[in-house]
Ligand binder design. Structure first.
Ligand SMILES: [Zn+2]
Length: 98
């Protein structure tokens, strides 16, 4: 009698575990969230979209990569974030003066 109850309980528990796994697979949600979204190759990193140029940084005293911002027209060092005079506007000012 006890053996039959054990076998029956084992069969019921095994079927419940199987049904649980099947139910979890059945109602599994679709992948969501930005980290799982497909990446767009067309979009570039914001810093790589900037207009960059090598120039002399007055704060560091050496030549570093500078980025030219589009809205405020600043010429900013990408390493120390200090603003330096833009060589393009300096050249334009020289051409207008001469
Ligand atoms: Zn710098």
């Amino acid at each position: 009698m006890s053996d039959q109850i054990t076998v029956g309980a084992t069969a019921v528990m095994t079927s419940l575990v199987g049904l649980t796994l099947l139910a979890r697979w059945w109602v599994r949600p679709e992948p969501s969230g930005r980290h799982r979204a497909p990446t767009l190759v067309l979009l570039r990193c914001p810093t790589s979209a900037l207009d960059t140029e090598a120039a002399f940084c007055r704060a560091e005293g050496r030549v570093t990569v500078h980025a030219r911002t589009r809205i405020t027209k600043q010429f900013v060092c990408t390493e120390c974030r200090s603003s330096n005079p833009d060589p393009l506007t300096a050249d334009e000012a020289r051409q207008e003066a001469s």
